[in-house]
Design a binder for this molecule. Sequence first.
Ligand SMILES: *[C@@H]1O[C@H](CO)[C@@H](O)[C@H](O)[C@H]1NC(C)=O
Ligand SMILES: *[C@@H]1O[C@H](CO)[C@@H](O)[C@H](O)[C@H]1NC(C)=O
Length: 295
Amino acid sequence: MADQNTLVYFTVLHVLLNICLHTCQGKIFSRESQRHKQTVIVYLNDYNLNQVFDRKRRDVSDVGSVPTESNVKNNSLLSSSVFRIPDKLHSQAVVHWSGENGKVVFVLTRQTEHGFVTDSTLWRSSDYGTTFQRIDLPSDAVAEFIYSSPVKRNQLILTDILNKKVHYTNDEGITWTSSYVAFEPDKLLLHPTENQWLLGYSVISMELFSSGDFGKTWTLLHEAVSHRFYWAVENVDQKNLTVHMEIQDLHMLGPSKYLACVAPDCQDVTPDKDIGEIDPFSMIVRNEYVFVQFQ
Ligand SMILES: *[C@@H]1O[C@H](CO)[C@@H](O)[C@H](O)[C@H]1NC(C)=O
Ligand SMILES: *[C@@H]1O[C@H](CO)[C@@H](O)[C@H](O)[C@H]1NC(C)=O
């Protein structure tokens, strides 16, 4: 594990060094632990009969072992089934599984026009994808994306950019509540350890909001934030509600600033004020490191 992490750092450093070779210096300061998501986007256009969701499941005994060509072919290790989702309207599907041996799988089928989701339907399976049922969201709901809490898998949240709403559930998708948000929720970032906390970001207005009640109410954290923002890293940041962000020059031409502040009132906890101006879109938080780039 440690070696893997080291490899990642070196890769990032290598990239930065390559970019920086002539004019800039990098600054690294110490910071820890990444999680992975189980969300896959499937484009259904390729399927002739549309909306065929082919599911392959690894046997529990296979968890952790490396799939080789021979055991992939071995039917006792892989089971496969096909469920035809009765959806003829949509051409994309976001497949989401909360992980941790859970049996609940979501498929969000959606239609996009010019990159915007215009219509969607959410499907839920409670038997690991063998069968799916349609979820009743408010009739005008247009779900863009589905996020699940890394802490409690029964907590999920859908973004509805068109209606400026979020739809959330605390019982793994059986019942849903909707709430209005004061911004277009283009991107959410769920806290890695605090299940009630999340960040919401609007690309156009460049505003970053935080919510401490899983999406019910939101507070503006900071304006002029670039899309580079991160939650505190466990056992590294002293305050677990710390948010690392890059504040951008409003005209988007000038340099940016690195800021770390604590949600919800954005109390400044920037560890090193000497960093000063940094290159726009250069800030990356990886484990105990914050990478920035400057001239
Ligand atoms: C398939 O897996 C089972 C159980 O692990 C094993 O007994 C069997 O020999 C395997 N068959 C092949 C063809 O690899
Ligand atoms: C996060 O911080 C709060 C306040 O300091 C504390 O009560 C809570 O236990 C912390 N959570 C974790 C996961 O450490």
